[in-house]
Design a protein around this ligand. Sequence first.
Ligand SMILES: [Zn+2]
Length: 227
Amino acid sequence: MIDVATVGVRAVVILSGGLDSTTCMAVADEKREEIYAVTFAYEQRHFREIEAAKKVAHYYRSFHHIIDLGKVFGASALTSSHLKPETEQQRSTIPLTYVPARNILFLSYALSFAEKVEASKIYIGVNALDNPGYPDCRPEFIDAFQHMIQVGTKSGTEGRGVQIEAPLINWTKAEIIAKAVELEAPLHLTHTCYNGTSPACGICDSCRLRREGFEELGLTDPILYRR
Ligand SMILES: [Zn+2]
């Protein structure tokens, strides 16, 4: 149970079950915010992330709401079995793992939910450095969405619009991991692999970035890899 005496503001955290969103949970938890975790199911290939998200939400004893978006997304290597995530060498300007307008939808659902539960913040674990080419992971996207909240919602027009928190946006993967470790985030429960295998594949972009981050810090990643 949440200790009411220590509860600060109410915050919605978009929780995928991966490293970045789990770090956002840790940041919100450190501030003693009352966390409402929201996880989106969208037939992603790495469906194991949803199971990981449940475990992370349980770890933080937060409310957890899973929203099923069905087959809304297409044309992405994360949702289509026909497209494989490309290697770094094959990467074009916008990666195949880009999911069309994903963070616009995620933030829109999270915003509606935030107004409903009267949360004053939404945490999203977007990161511009490790995800070059994703338009919806950049500071200008977050700024634009924040403006939309101010002019397009009841709370916004009343001068108390929901604040988007993107604490990781300018951090390297190593900096994200260092913060997660500092805050004792349950990284052993997270799932990051694009290929959705268990153990993680160890070679996709997502696994590679994670492993390099741990190596840079001289730390051992608590999850298992196939190779
Ligand atoms: Zn992988």
